[in-house]
Design a protein around this ligand. Structure first.
Ligand SMILES: [Zn+2]
Length: 82
């Protein structure tokens, strides 16, 4: 009778180790590879001078973003080299 109890406890412990802790580890980390948190806006870099500004304030042209119309219309607007 005692053997059955020991085996049952051992199986329960094994299941807890396999699923109880495994499920917790399998939980995806929070706040990673998702859209920015509420209130934070995506930032873009001006293709002319490299300054960062919120996407809503940037001027988009030719799939690039600019901080101002002057930079958007400026010649030689290749992305700045780091
Ligand atoms: Zn600029």
């Amino acid at each position: 009778m005692l053997k059955v109890l020991v085996i049952a406890v051992a199986i329960g412990l094994l299941l807890w180790l396999l699923f109880g802790r495994g499920a917790r580890n399998a939980e995806p980390p929070r706040g990673s590879k998702h859209s920015p948190p509420d209130g934070a806006e995506a930032m873009v870099a001006c293709a002319h001078c490299g300054v960062h500004l919120p996407r809503s304030e940037a001027l988009a042209a030719r799939s690039l973003h600019y901080c101002s119309a002057a930079h958007r219309d400026a010649p030689g607007d290749a992305p700045p080299h780091p």
